[in-house]
Design a protein around this ligand. Structure first.
Ligand SMILES: *Cc1c(COP(=O)(O)O)cnc(C)c1O
Length: 236
C-alpha cells in the first residue's frame, strides 16, 4: 500500500467533510443530508478500501472493465456505476451495482430493463441530463427530461430515483451555479408530477472543482475523485 496516497486521502477527506458541512448549512441542510460518493477510477483498491474504512460509504466507477477487475476486492460499500455505459455491457454489471447514475438514452434504459427482467431484478437508475446542451455529451436535454422519465418509468425492472448531470467545463464554480440551479428546478418540477414508478430522491451533481456550489444549489449526492485522492497520473 502506498503510504503517500493514504495520507493524501486522510488530509483531503477531513477538509472535504468540513467543506460539505459548510455548503450544506448554507442551503439549510446538514452534512448528513449530503451523500459523498468517491469516484474511484484509476485508484488502487487498497486506497479505496482505506477510504471505505474511514467512512466513505459510496463508491462509483465509470468503466465496466475496471469495475469488474476490482469488484471482488472492494470492502463492503454501496457500489454505483457513474460513467457512460454501453448497452452491450449492461449484463456484465447489472447484478453488481446498486445504482446506475448514467442512463443517457432510452435505448440504454430498455437494455437495462431487458437484462433486469431476465435476472428478476429491479434496478435503480438516475437519468443523466445534458444540462449544458452540449453536442459532445450524451444525456437527455432539459426539455425532453420529463417525457423521458415518463417513458422509462413504464419499463419493467427499472426504477428511476433521480437525476444526474455533468455541467459544461466552466472557468469557475460560480458559472456552474446556473446549471446546478436549473437542474434543481427540473428535479423539483419532475418530482411534483409524481410519475408512477419514479421518485425524485437523488440529485447527483458536483465534482471536485464545483461540489460546494452544487450543494448550495441543491445537490444531495456529489461525486468526488481528485479532491479526495489527489491528481491522477493520467487522463481518463
Ligand atoms: C471522474 C468522475 C467524477 C469525479 O471527477 P473529479 O473531478 O476527479 O472529482 C465524477 N463523475 C464522473 C462521472 C466521473 O467520471
Amino acid at each position: 500500500m502506498e503510504k503517500s496516497s493514504i495520507s493524501i486521502f486522510d488530509e483531503n477527506y477531513k477538509q472535504i467533510i468540513s467543506n460539505i458541512a459548510r455548503a450544506a448549512e448554507k442551503s439549510g441542510r446538514k452534512y448528513e443530508d449530503i451523500t459523498l460518493l468517491a469516484a474511484t477510477k484509476t485508484v488502487d483498491v487498497d486506497v479505496i478500501n482505506h477510504a471505505i474504512k474511514s467512512g466513505v460509504e459510496f463508491i462509483g466507477e465509470n468503466r465496466v472493465q475496471e469495475f469488474l477487475s476490482k469488484y471482488n476486492d472492494y470492502a463492503p460499500s454501496h457500489k454505483h456505476f457513474i460513467g457512460h455505459l454501453q448497452s452491450n455491457k449492461v449484463k456484465d454489471i447489472i447484478d453488481k451495482v446498486e445504482l446506475i447514475h448514467s442512463v443517457d438514452s432510452y435505448k440504454l434504459a430498455a437494455e437495462i430493463s431487458k437484462q433486469a427482467v431476465k435476472k428478476g431484478l429491479s434496478i435503480d437508475v438516475l437519468l443523466e441530463i445534458n444540462i449544458g446542451n452540449e453536442q459532445s455529451k450524451s444525456g437527455f436535454l432539459y426539455d425532453e427530461a420529463c417525457d423521458a422519465v415518463g417513458k422509462i418509468a413504464q419499463l419493467d425492472g427499472i426504477k428511476i430515483k433521480g437525476l444526474m448531470a455533468i455541467p459544461p467545463i466552466c472557468e469557475n464554480s460560480d458559472q456552474n451555479r446556473v446549471y446546478f440551479s436549473k437542474m434543481k428546478k427540473l428535479f423539483i418540477d419532475i418530482g411534483h408530477k409524481k410519475i408512477d414508478n419514479s421518485s425524485m430522491d437523488i440529485l447527483s451533481m458536483g465534482m471536485s472543482d464545483d461540489y460546494e456550489a452544487a450543494i448550495e444549489e441543491g445537490a444531495n449526492m456529489i461525486r468526488l475523485g481528485t479532491a479526495l485522492f489527489g491528481r491522477r497520473n493520467y487522463n481518463i
